[in-house]
Design a protein. Sequence first.
Length: 348
Amino acid sequence: MPTSLSIRNLTVFQEAELQFAPGLNVIVGENGLGKTHLLKLIYALISTSTEMERNPNAPTPSKSALQKAYAEKLIGVFRPDALGRLVTRRQGRGRCEVALSFDDADLNTACSFATNARTEVQIDSTPRKWCRKPALFLPTRELMTIFPGFVALYDRHYVPFEESWRDTCVHLGLPPLKGRRSAAIADLLAPLEEALGGRVVMEKSGHFYLQMPGSGKMEMYLVAEGMRKLAMLAQLIGNGTLQQQGYVVWDEPETNLNPRLIRLVAKVIHQLAANGVQVFIATHNYFLLKELDLLWRQEPVDQALFSIVRETESVAIRRADRLTGLGEIVALDEELAQYDREMGLGHG
C-alpha cells in the first residue's frame, strides 16, 4: 500500500510530502486548495499500474510502457488541455515531479513533466512490478443516472468527462454477489437500505431502480440526489466492489447528504479502513470529521489527517493523527464565528 507521496510543482503545490496511514487518510481544506488534485493523482498512479497488471498483453514495467500509460491516465483523470497545464503556474518554464512510495519498494514509482508537455512524461523511477490491488474512485456526484450506456459511449467517442467516472461505472455494472449476504456486507447494507426505503436493482437495460417493499420499483432518476449517492454506495457494497478494493479514493463523501446520512457514510468509511482497505477522502465538512473521530474513539484504526492551509504564494500541508491535533479547520472556525455573530445580535 502507498506509504508516501512527494510532489513538486503540481497545480497549487510548490512542494509537499504526505506520509500515509495504512487505514484512513483524510485531506481537509477550503475549496480551491487542491484536495481533489491530490486524490486524482493518487488514483491515477495506482490505477495505471493495476490496469497494466490486468492486461494480458501488457509488458513488464519499463520506462517506455509507463511513459504512455501515465500520460494517458493523468490526462484522462485530470482532463487538462495538455499535461503541462498541471504544472504550477509561474513565469518561465517549470517542471512537475511526483513520486509514490509503497510498503513494497518494488512498486515505488516517480515521474515528471514540463510546462510545455502535451503528452510527454519522463519516468524517473521505474517500478519492478505492477500493483495487484485495484483502486476505486468515488466522485462528489452520483453516477447511477448516467450509467446506462456510459462506458460504451466513453470507450467509442470523445466525451468531456473524467476517466475516473468511466472506471467507477465499470464497477457499478457488476452483478450482485451470489448466495446469502455475508455478515460484513449485511452490516454495511442494512442501514443504507433502511435509509433508502428499499434495495437497489439493475435491469438488463442497465437502468437502476429502487425496489421498495409494497410500492414497486422507482426509477433512479426520480430518487433524490442525496439518496442516489447512497444507492451508488449500496450497489458497490452489494456486488462486492468496495470490500475487494485495495484502495478507495473518495472526494467529498458528504456532498448532498444531510447529517443523518453523513453518519451512515462515515460508518462505511470507518468499517472499510478497519477491514484492511486503505481509504483516502477529501472533505471540508466538520460534521463528517467529528463523526469519523467518534468512530475512531470506539474502534481505533490507523489514520492520518492532512490539513491544507493557504500561504502567501502556495499552500502547505500539515499532518496529525487525530482531529484534535489538526490545528486550523476552516469549517469549525466559521461555525464558531457564526455563533459569535448570533450572540452579537442578541435575542430580539
